[in-house]
Ligand binder design. Structure first.
Ligand SMILES: NC(=O)c1ccc[n+]([C@@H]2O[C@H](COP(=O)([O-])OP(=O)(O)OC[C@H]3O[C@@H](n4cnc5c(N)ncnc54)[C@H](OP(=O)(O)O)[C@@H]3O)[C@@H](O)[C@H]2O)c1
Length: 299
């Protein structure tokens, strides 16, 4: 099996690399040499010709697309680039995967929803993105499903964080150490996703005995950690674990305007991925603790 992972320098891409390099279960079944990790330098998703050129010379059994334009606020100003990377490149990848008879695992987002539901979103609920990033990601999902009705999986994640790169946890740790008090929104609800857990879930899926049968019809799956919180509660827990004395004041989204609108409630129901692929999902607090322990070791 030759498995391509895009976005090798991103949060999720880095965790897939880390897991592949340390996971004995993978060593037993799939040699680590089967995984090829690429970044923008090798495969630039903003360029149609770069994508064509790369795949003219390379063929894979599975493509795991972790690369994306992920700056939600910047996407409002750079809609064309966000659309190229999160939509058109996904369409092109799907077309190549289909021609090469490869499987495609693509990562999407809870931001395809408008957040107005009062119950956890099911994969079948109608998306209605309210910002440029969410619109481009949804267009990518739809293009993929049209071009590749077979042999693809879309995994929607929410609030991704890790000990790598810029994310909510790293931002809170920095600000919490600099300031005595902070304002964080308490009217946007969801569930965080620790990138290490999502990486494990993806690797579990591809080494599942029935992966080929179960993934035959292209499907969407929700994934995040368990639990429902606001960003305000998330920040408070980060400071509690790190014993940072910084007051976290709850504010509304109206009091904290951002260039891109954020959905109010994007909690997702994860029953499908649990039932189909037997994925075990940790609670957000225990995963956050794991991340914080590793962060401490890195300091
Ligand atoms: N972050 C979140 O809160 C969140 C929430 C829900 C879903 N997701 C989805 O989860 C997936 C993984 O997210 P993440 O947090 O791991 O993202 P990330 O850390 O921002 O990493 C994204 C990667 O994509 C790469 N990339 C950007 N433009 C590219 C281009 N033109 N060509 C090739 N690669 C390019 C980046 O490369 P450089 O490092 O070189 O820029 C980066 O390594 C994405 O599909 C994202 O939409 C993320």
């Amino acid at each position: 099996m030759r498995i391509l992972v895009t976005g090798k320098n991103g949060q999720l891409g880095r965790f897939i690399q880390k897991t592949v390099n340390t996971d004995t279960k993978i060593d037993n079944n799939q040699s680590t040499n089967d995984f090829i990790f690429v970044g923008k330098e090798e495969l630039d998703l903003s360029s149609e010709s770069s994508i064509s050129h790369y795949f003219n010379n390379n063929k894979f059994d599975i493509i795991i697309n972790c690369a994306a334009f992920t700056q939600v606020d910047r996407a409002e100003q750079e809609a064309e680039l966000a659309n190229q990377i999160n939509h058109l490149a996904v369409k092109q990848l799907a077309s190549i995967a289909s021609n090469h008879q490869s499987w495609l695992i693509h990562i999407s987002t809870d931001y395809v929803f408008d957040g107005e539901s009062n119950k956890p979103y099911l994969e079948t609920d109608t998306p209605n993105p309210i910002n440029v990033y969410g619109k481009a990601k949804l267009a990518g999902e739809k293009a993929l499903q049209t071009v590749m009705p077979m042999n693809a999986l879309v995994i929607r994640a929410s609030w991704l964080y890790s000990e790598y790169g810029n994310n909510f946890v790293s931002t809170m740790l920095r600000l919490g150490r600099e300031r005595d008090e902070l304002s964080v929104v308490n009217d946007q609800m969801g569930s965080p996703t620790y990138a290490a857990d999502l990486a494990d879930a993806i690797l579990e899926i591809i080494r599942h005995k029935k992966f080929r049968d179960l993934a035959q019809t292209t499907q969407i799956y929700n994934y995040s950690n368990e639990g429902e919180i606001s960003w305000h509660e998330f920040a408070k827990e980060i400071f509690k674990i790190e014993k940072i004395e910084c007051e976290v004041n709850p504010v509304t989204s109206q009091q904290y305007p951002t260039p891109a609108k954020r959905p109010r409630n994007t909690l997702m129901n994860k029953d499908k991925i649990v039932e189909v692929f037997n994925i075990k999902i940790s609670n957000w607090k225990s995963s956050l603790n794991t991340c914080m322990v590793i962060l401490k070791q890195q300091q």
